[in-house]
Design a protein around this ligand. Sequence first.
Ligand SMILES: C=C(O[C@H]1C=CC=C(C(=O)O)[C@@H]1O)C(=O)O
Length: 431
Amino acid sequence: MSTLPAPDAPSPAAGPSVVVRTVPIDADHPLLAYLPAGLPHDELLSWVRRGEGLVGWGAALTFEAAGEGRFREAEAWWGELTRRAVVRDDVHRAGSGLVCFGSFPFASDSAEQARLVVPSTIVGRRDGHTWLTTVSLEPQLSILEDPSVAGDPEPPVDVAFADGAVSPADYAHAVAEAVQRIAAGEVDKVVLARDLVATASAPIDPRWLLRRLAERYENTWVFSVAGLVGATPELLVRRDKGLITSRVLAGTIRRTGDDAKDLALAASLARSSKDLEEHEYAVRSVAEALAPHCSSMNVPEAPFVLHLPNVMHLATDVAAVSADDASSLTLAAALHPSAAVGGTPTARAVELIAELEHMDRGRYAGPVGWMDAHGDGAWGIALRSGALDPQDSSQITLYAGCGIVAGSDPESEVAESDAKLVPMRDALTSR
Ligand SMILES: C=C(O[C@H]1C=CC=C(C(=O)O)[C@@H]1O)C(=O)O
């Protein structure tokens, strides 16, 4: 590595600041192949879809926050850091220059912290262009050689699954109770979740999980942030210059593996009044939360059916034009929790989740993604995911939830939650 003197290096007395260098590189390996072996799992970062996105490693800086103010505090920290950063960016794309990855707890009273991580190295790819960013606390700019491809990760060993805080029977019970509360008029929809604990006989390499998820679930964003790993099909919000997009999902049917049957099921999903109702709540909650920040918005009248290998969802892609300078994280905070993970009306549904679920969701179902120094970025909802135990990385807790409405049946919701656990279960057990 060689170094260049940094222009206008900030004075050390003013607090932490970073020196950032982005250069285009000639690199055509899959992004996930660059994640190095041997790092702690919370220093492996990913936001990848169909070969494009960002991977990062190392932790130049991290920020943690908890409680109601977690989004605001994270935004303030990021604003301060980006103002003080010294950046030389030869690429000038969304995701080049200074970038943080982040993940936020679902609930403001979670025992988990929100995390922002600024990796020390980032490889990004978009529209066929690849770049390398290095972030340093030293007042010098680094010129790195092209990143090297890491060796293949080993699969998890002897994985066993056990009930977590909410067993399938507890879950069925909670769903039945929720259906009664809906009938009594307390809420229109509430999303209830359960967990499953996977234990291996050796530390689990997140790089293995990411590669398996990316191979099989190309319609998802494959993420890893501070030990939370998954493949979410749901984009809470993306801001790219003035354009805002969101992919809203709600309404699910399990796949059978038989293509003809699945096509018939997709047609029945698109006509199912229970699923259309569940979906409508989710779309409305997203449109209402985005409206104050947008000058125009396109919300398609009817959803399409999104096909994943394990399930199919009703999906709506919302597109809007930004009317203010709200960052992607501000927008994610305004959207969270959408009715896809909370319910309708939001505040009462969130109370009901706390009352009926008996589980700290941690960062499951919270926003997960990345943001650059201009506030552009992408935040998904952390679904189809698992949280590696920070003390013991041979253990990972998987989560899945279902939207409960008046017509929901407890046993079907248990089966649907099982189907939503499949991507992570398969990634942990496949060779
Ligand atoms: C809460 C989850 O999924 C949400 C997203 C899509 C479809 C959903 C549903 O049909 O219930 C859920 O609202 C989860 O996967 O844990």
